[in-house]
Design a protein around this ligand. Structure first.
Ligand code: 5RP
Length: 232
Protein backbone atom coordinates (compact mmCIF):
# COMPACT_ATOMS: atom_id res chain seq x y z
CA UNK A 1 0.00 0.00 0.00
CA UNK A 2 1.35 3.46 -0.83
CA UNK A 3 1.85 5.89 2.04
CA UNK A 4 -0.69 8.72 2.16
CA UNK A 5 -0.27 12.30 3.28
CA UNK A 6 -2.74 13.95 5.65
CA UNK A 7 -5.07 14.95 2.81
CA UNK A 8 -5.34 11.30 1.79
CA UNK A 9 -3.44 11.74 -1.50
CA UNK A 10 -0.41 9.63 -2.27
CA UNK A 11 2.76 11.64 -1.87
CA UNK A 12 5.25 10.91 -4.66
CA UNK A 13 8.29 11.48 -2.45
CA UNK A 14 6.88 9.24 0.26
CA UNK A 15 6.07 6.51 -2.25
CA UNK A 16 9.68 6.65 -3.48
CA UNK A 17 11.05 6.46 0.08
CA UNK A 18 8.68 3.62 0.89
CA UNK A 19 9.89 1.69 -2.19
CA UNK A 20 13.57 2.10 -1.24
CA UNK A 21 12.86 1.24 2.41
CA UNK A 22 10.95 -1.93 1.54
CA UNK A 23 13.72 -3.10 -0.80
CA UNK A 24 16.26 -2.82 2.05
CA UNK A 25 14.40 -5.48 4.07
CA UNK A 26 16.03 -8.21 1.97
CA UNK A 27 19.42 -7.47 3.57
CA UNK A 28 18.23 -8.44 7.07
CA UNK A 29 19.42 -11.75 8.47
CA UNK A 30 17.01 -13.25 10.99
CA UNK A 31 17.98 -12.96 14.63
CA UNK A 32 20.64 -10.26 14.21
CA UNK A 33 20.95 -6.82 15.80
CA UNK A 34 20.89 -4.14 13.09
CA UNK A 35 21.27 -0.35 13.10
CA UNK A 36 18.73 2.14 11.80
CA UNK A 37 19.27 5.80 10.92
CA UNK A 38 17.20 8.93 11.34
CA UNK A 39 14.89 10.93 9.06
CA UNK A 40 11.85 10.38 6.92
CA UNK A 41 13.38 7.59 4.82
CA UNK A 42 14.69 5.74 7.88
CA UNK A 43 11.23 6.18 9.35
CA UNK A 44 9.74 4.54 6.22
CA UNK A 45 12.12 1.64 6.85
CA UNK A 46 10.84 1.32 10.42
CA UNK A 47 7.26 1.19 9.11
CA UNK A 48 8.25 -1.45 6.55
CA UNK A 49 10.07 -3.45 9.24
CA UNK A 50 7.05 -3.35 11.53
CA UNK A 51 4.89 -4.86 8.77
CA UNK A 52 7.54 -7.31 7.56
CA UNK A 53 6.76 -11.00 7.80
CA UNK A 54 10.16 -12.25 6.57
CA UNK A 55 13.50 -12.31 8.40
CA UNK A 56 13.47 -9.98 11.40
CA UNK A 57 16.19 -8.60 13.65
CA UNK A 58 16.02 -9.43 17.38
CA UNK A 59 16.69 -5.79 18.20
CA UNK A 60 17.71 -2.50 16.62
CA UNK A 61 20.38 0.02 17.59
CA UNK A 62 18.87 3.48 17.07
CA UNK A 63 20.88 6.40 15.70
CA UNK A 64 18.80 8.95 17.62
CA UNK A 65 16.27 9.37 20.39
CA UNK A 66 13.66 10.05 17.69
CA UNK A 67 14.39 6.73 15.97
CA UNK A 68 14.34 4.88 19.30
CA UNK A 69 10.92 6.38 19.97
CA UNK A 70 9.60 5.33 16.53
CA UNK A 71 10.95 1.80 16.94
CA UNK A 72 9.39 1.34 20.37
CA UNK A 73 6.08 2.74 19.09
CA UNK A 74 5.82 -0.17 16.62
CA UNK A 75 6.96 -2.77 19.17
CA UNK A 76 10.55 -3.23 17.98
CA UNK A 77 13.13 -3.73 20.73
CA UNK A 78 15.81 -1.06 20.95
CA UNK A 79 19.26 -2.15 22.11
CA UNK A 80 22.67 -0.59 22.69
CA UNK A 81 25.56 -1.39 20.37
CA UNK A 82 26.61 -5.01 21.06
CA UNK A 83 29.82 -5.58 23.10
CA UNK A 84 31.62 -6.55 19.89
CA UNK A 85 31.14 -2.98 18.67
CA UNK A 86 29.94 -4.42 15.37
CA UNK A 87 26.58 -4.83 13.65
CA UNK A 88 26.00 -6.76 10.42
CA UNK A 89 23.75 -4.15 8.81
CA UNK A 90 23.03 -0.43 8.99
CA UNK A 91 20.16 1.16 7.03
CA UNK A 92 19.88 4.93 6.71
CA UNK A 93 18.93 7.77 4.36
CA UNK A 94 21.06 10.66 3.09
CA UNK A 95 20.72 14.26 1.96
CA UNK A 96 22.94 13.71 -1.09
CA UNK A 97 24.78 10.66 -2.43
CA UNK A 98 27.34 10.62 -5.23
CA UNK A 99 28.46 7.93 -7.71
CA UNK A 100 30.99 6.51 -5.24
CA UNK A 101 28.19 6.30 -2.65
CA UNK A 102 29.75 9.05 -0.56
CA UNK A 103 27.10 11.04 1.23
CA UNK A 104 26.16 14.30 2.86
CA UNK A 105 24.08 13.68 5.95
CA UNK A 106 23.00 15.40 9.13
CA UNK A 107 20.31 17.79 8.12
CA UNK A 108 18.35 16.10 10.89
CA UNK A 109 21.37 16.69 13.13
CA UNK A 110 21.83 13.00 13.98
CA UNK A 111 25.00 12.42 11.94
CA UNK A 112 27.37 11.69 14.84
CA UNK A 113 25.53 8.60 16.02
CA UNK A 114 24.78 7.75 12.40
CA UNK A 115 28.49 7.78 11.59
CA UNK A 116 29.22 5.53 14.57
CA UNK A 117 26.69 2.98 13.34
CA UNK A 118 27.78 3.27 9.70
CA UNK A 119 31.37 2.65 10.78
CA UNK A 120 30.39 -0.26 13.03
CA UNK A 121 28.42 -1.95 10.25
CA UNK A 122 29.66 -4.72 8.01
CA UNK A 123 27.12 -3.59 5.40
CA UNK A 124 25.78 -0.05 5.03
CA UNK A 125 22.64 0.16 2.89
CA UNK A 126 21.68 3.73 1.99
CA UNK A 127 18.04 4.24 1.03
CA UNK A 128 16.95 7.38 -0.83
CA UNK A 129 14.28 8.75 -3.12
CA UNK A 130 15.33 9.70 -6.63
CA UNK A 131 15.96 13.37 -5.76
CA UNK A 132 19.05 12.50 -3.67
CA UNK A 133 21.65 11.01 -6.08
CA UNK A 134 24.08 13.63 -7.47
CA UNK A 135 27.13 13.62 -9.75
CA UNK A 136 29.23 15.29 -7.06
CA UNK A 137 28.52 16.39 -3.49
CA UNK A 138 27.88 20.13 -3.67
CA UNK A 139 24.28 21.13 -3.15
CA UNK A 140 23.97 21.31 0.62
CA UNK A 141 25.63 22.90 3.57
CA UNK A 142 27.77 20.62 5.69
CA UNK A 143 26.48 20.13 9.25
CA UNK A 144 29.22 20.12 11.90
CA UNK A 145 28.51 19.07 15.49
CA UNK A 146 30.80 20.69 18.07
CA UNK A 147 31.24 20.96 21.83
CA UNK A 148 29.44 24.19 22.87
CA UNK A 149 32.40 25.84 24.67
CA UNK A 150 34.47 25.51 21.47
CA UNK A 151 32.03 27.46 19.26
CA UNK A 152 34.21 30.52 18.50
CA UNK A 153 37.40 28.49 18.02
CA UNK A 154 35.73 25.95 15.73
CA UNK A 155 34.15 28.74 13.65
CA UNK A 156 37.55 30.44 13.10
CA UNK A 157 39.21 27.14 12.15
CA UNK A 158 36.43 26.33 9.67
CA UNK A 159 36.80 29.83 8.18
CA UNK A 160 40.47 28.97 7.49
CA UNK A 161 39.16 26.10 5.35
CA UNK A 162 36.99 28.57 3.41
CA UNK A 163 33.71 27.77 5.19
CA UNK A 164 31.08 30.16 6.55
CA UNK A 165 29.42 28.88 9.74
CA UNK A 166 25.75 29.39 10.50
CA UNK A 167 24.84 28.32 14.02
CA UNK A 168 21.66 26.18 13.91
CA UNK A 169 19.59 28.18 16.42
CA UNK A 170 17.95 26.40 19.33
CA UNK A 171 19.20 23.01 18.20
CA UNK A 172 20.84 20.68 20.71
CA UNK A 173 21.99 17.27 19.49
CA UNK A 174 21.17 14.02 21.30
CA UNK A 175 24.75 14.26 22.61
CA UNK A 176 24.14 17.68 24.21
CA UNK A 177 26.16 19.55 21.59
CA UNK A 178 25.53 22.37 19.07
CA UNK A 179 25.60 22.46 15.27
CA UNK A 180 26.95 24.69 12.53
CA UNK A 181 25.57 24.46 9.02
CA UNK A 182 28.67 25.33 7.03
CA UNK A 183 28.41 27.08 3.65
CA UNK A 184 30.97 27.60 0.95
CA UNK A 185 33.17 24.55 1.53
CA UNK A 186 34.99 22.98 -1.41
CA UNK A 187 33.73 19.39 -1.61
CA UNK A 188 35.92 18.31 -4.54
CA UNK A 189 37.76 15.89 -2.24
CA UNK A 190 35.13 14.92 0.32
CA UNK A 191 37.30 12.44 2.26
CA UNK A 192 40.07 15.01 2.68
CA UNK A 193 37.64 17.69 3.86
CA UNK A 194 35.98 15.24 6.24
CA UNK A 195 39.36 14.60 7.85
CA UNK A 196 40.28 18.30 8.05
CA UNK A 197 36.97 19.17 9.73
CA UNK A 198 37.09 16.28 12.19
CA UNK A 199 40.71 17.10 13.12
CA UNK A 200 39.62 20.46 14.59
CA UNK A 201 39.66 20.23 18.41
CA UNK A 202 36.09 20.67 19.64
CA UNK A 203 34.50 19.23 16.49
CA UNK A 204 32.63 16.03 17.28
CA UNK A 205 31.63 14.96 13.78
CA UNK A 206 30.74 16.42 10.39
CA UNK A 207 28.03 15.32 7.97
CA UNK A 208 30.41 14.21 5.20
CA UNK A 209 30.34 10.41 4.92
CA UNK A 210 33.18 9.78 2.48
CA UNK A 211 35.68 7.74 4.48
CA UNK A 212 32.84 5.36 5.33
CA UNK A 213 30.69 5.50 2.21
CA UNK A 214 27.67 3.25 1.73
CA UNK A 215 28.17 -0.26 0.33
CA UNK A 216 24.80 -0.40 -1.40
CA UNK A 217 22.50 2.38 -2.56
CA UNK A 218 18.81 1.77 -3.14
CA UNK A 219 17.07 4.53 -5.06
CA UNK A 220 13.28 4.46 -4.89
CA UNK A 221 11.01 6.09 -7.47
CA UNK A 222 7.45 7.40 -7.08
CA UNK A 223 6.11 4.56 -9.28
CA UNK A 224 7.37 2.06 -6.68
CA UNK A 225 10.34 0.82 -8.71
CA UNK A 226 13.86 0.74 -7.27
CA UNK A 227 17.39 0.82 -8.63
CA UNK A 228 20.19 -0.80 -6.62
CA UNK A 229 23.77 0.44 -7.03
CA UNK A 230 26.94 -0.92 -5.45
CA UNK A 231 30.10 0.93 -4.47
CA UNK A 232 32.93 0.32 -6.93
C1 5RP B 1 19.71 12.83 9.66
C2 5RP B 1 20.18 12.37 8.33
C3 5RP B 1 19.16 11.85 7.37
O1 5RP B 1 19.51 10.59 6.98
C4 5RP B 1 19.12 12.76 6.18
O2 5RP B 1 18.89 14.09 6.61
C5 5RP B 1 18.03 12.33 5.19
O3 5RP B 1 16.78 12.53 5.76
P1 5RP B 1 15.44 12.22 4.98
O4 5RP B 1 15.38 10.74 4.79
O5 5RP B 1 14.35 12.76 5.86
O6 5RP B 1 15.50 12.96 3.67
O7 5RP B 1 21.34 12.39 8.01
O8 5RP B 1 20.76 13.34 10.42
Amino acid sequence: MSPKDLSGRTSEAEAAKHAAASAALTYIEAGTVIGVGTGTTASAFIDALAAHTGARPVAVVASSLETAHLLRAVGIEVSPLPPSGRIPLYVDGADEVDRELRMLKGHGGAHTREKVLASAADLFVCIVDDTKPVEALTGYTVPVEYVPMARAFVAREIEKLGGRCAHRPGFVTDNGNELFDVYNLDLAEPGYLEGRLEDIPGVVCCGIFARRAADILIVGRPDGSVETRRAF
